[in-house]
Design a binder for this molecule. Sequence first.
Ligand SMILES: [Mn+2]
Length: 329
Amino acid sequence: MLFILKKGVDPSTLIEKIKTGSASYRYIDLDGRGIVVAWPDKLVESIDDETVELKVKVSTPYQLASKVWRDKTIVNIGDVEVGDRRVVVAAGPCSIEDENTFMEIANAVKRIGGSMLRGGVFKPRTSPYTFQGLGVEGLKILKKVRDATGLPIVTEVLDTRDVPLVMPYADMLQIGARNAQNFALLREVGRTRKPVLLKRGMWMTIEEWLLSAEYILLEGNFSVVLCERGIRTFEKGTRFTMDIGGMVYTRTQTHLPIAADPSHPAGRRDLVEPLALAAVAAGVDMLLIEVHVRPEKALSDSEQQLSIEGFERLMKKLKLVAEAIGREL
Ligand SMILES: [Mn+2]
């Protein structure tokens, strides 16, 4: 149950009533407006207070993520707004390999019109014997390249212990597919006020994905972008199945912006462009694209990273699709 308070009121009388009824609650300050989420419903549904402007019984297990009480959230990452009319493109290599290569890629992304950079320094690899990322050394490269290009950077954080380490270097924290139900990590990034990109685990239903987002929101961090990156199905032709229908459905369930990563489900360079176009046509607010100056030499995901030329061609087509559905790139 959600209690949306009147602006500027003291929540203590409402909270006292909730506590008296032995219910659990969380108080969240959302841009100066108090929200109290309280559960279970049966203990709180009869509670009322003059400080409450709106009381909402949400029928889904996720409460704060639900569209029932809030139509739209815009996530600000520096000057970049995700969830508004403009479709945001974040591009860059799978992993940051060295400063010169990342700088070269970043300059190309900027010239072509990307508005954010992506790049991994802590890499969640299927095999422990493959490249694991540069770690702390990579964070310093992130900062140099961000300062040089002015583009905000999204990078993955793998472990709760790394959150304070990554905070000063990243503009947006990515929770990767494999950590999408790492509840300790979700809570940890929820305690920061840094924008979070939450990927969908390849095994997760949309309800489970939104419940993962709920862990972040419940800590008071409302800057969450959901990112579809492909789920596991019986199909082996593509690396994962990009769930277009799922993205469209998710939009009807939540106020949070939605992103798509067409690179990982494609698993093959030639499939990235059509999947990216389809995602924008389906209404996503943000794209994450893997781009490399020498994709064939990349230390991870070499098969699916676009060349600079490929990225440039894609951006031209994306612009047309965005305009066709009343948005811009
Ligand atoms: Mn990758």
